[in-house]
Design a protein around this ligand. Structure first.
Ligand code: FMN
Ligand code: SF4
Ligand code: SF4
Length: 277
């Protein structure tokens, strides 16, 4: 078949505290790159320093762009930065990873952000990743079954793009168009909102001061001189909790722990990826 659209490279662009978004975006990008016979370039904007520089994409690039779902939306702390990214007409594939509850309006919001940045969002997907707060909710996902779906998704996206001369229609996705629904609000058993905004992880005596948590915190909020100290915003991404080799980071807040258990019990069913091509 004659190939219409051609790309100079495929980007795997992602923000990923615990690595589920990273894994999925890399897999989709790798498959797309194989299909188009070009290389993958990674753009990991998890480290705070990366987000201090304006990122421009080439107009002939294909950009797989992923973020986790936080409270049913694109992570609020990324919005200012995301508005500065320049798409220059590149074709984008927005991807969100969510922890088995729901992606609500996160995918539509990410699609709209990328469109406003000057990308052409041509396909999109919501996949499931092990929940940041838990080791049992969607444990190990994206798993082998998800990766098969991702491979097929990428192949179908490539087939769509190959058949087009240009992307003239922005992909329709599940979610409420602007104004989006509000941020997901956890509640206790009486229906009273649980506020975890100010909750921060604590550090137990297993800590060996290796400094890894300070390095991986996407907000740069852990003091490297004293890793027990969370000096800035904590988005509860759990990078420090899950990446600490000593299991020394933990939460004690009663509201947080109630919400964690409620999610584990209420959303135990296997959610499946949602694909938009
Ligand atoms: C503060 C916070 C809020 C979250 N809100 C949701 C949500 O609304 N729905 C959901 O299914 N998962 C939610 N998650 C789970 C993450 O979206 C999920 O675990 C994702 O795979 C994490 O991506 P990462 O591994 O790239 O960090 C939330 C996670 C955090 C840290
Ligand atoms: S990663 Fe764990 S062991 Fe290393 S400094 Fe942080 S809390 Fe301590
Ligand atoms: S301190 Fe908060 S924001 Fe930083 S890695 Fe830990 S959970 Fe994530």
């Amino acid at each position: 078949m004659f190939l219409h659209m051609k790309f100079s490279k495929v980007y795997a662009a992602y923000f990923s505290g615990t690595g589920t978004t990273e894994k999925m975006v890399n897999a989709i990008a790798a498959k797309l790159a194989e299909k188009f016979g070009v290389a993958v370039e990674k753009f990991d904007f998890t480290p705070p320093a990366v987000r201090t520089v304006v990122k421009e994409f080439e107009s002939d690039a294909l950009v797989v762009f992923g973020t986790p779902v936080i409270a049913g939306r694109v992570p609020n702390v990324l919005l200012k930065y995301l508005a500065t990214v320049k798409g220059n007409g590149a074709v984008a594939v927005p991807v969100v990873l969510y922890g088995n509850r729901n992606f609500d309006d996160a995918l539509i919001e990410l699609r709209d952000i990328l469109e406003a940045d000057g990308f052409k969002p041509a396909a999109a997907a919501a996949f499931i990743g092990e929940h940041s707060f838990s080791k049992i909710l969607a444990a190990g996902r994206p798993d082998a079954q998800d990766m098969e779906v991702a491979n097929k998704f990428a192949a179908d996206v490539a087939a769509k793009l190959e058949a087009l001369e240009e992307v003239d229609e922005i992909i329709a996705v599940e979610g409420v168009e602007k104004p989006y629904r509000g941020y997901y609000q956890p509640r206790d058993r009486k229906g009273t909102p649980i506020n975890i905004l100010k909750v921060k992880p604590l550090t137990n005596d297993n800590c060996v001061n290796c400094g890894l948590c300070a390095k991986v915190c996407p907000m740069g909020s852990i003091n490297p001189e004293n890793v027990k100290e969370v000096v800035g915003i904590c988005i509860k991404c759990c990078a420090c909790v899950k990446k600490c080799p000593m299991g020394a980071k933990y939460y004690e807040d009663a509201g947080y722990l109630y919400h964690q258990t409620e999610l584990e019990e209420g959303y135990a069913r296997r959610a499946e990826p949602a694909l938009f091509i």
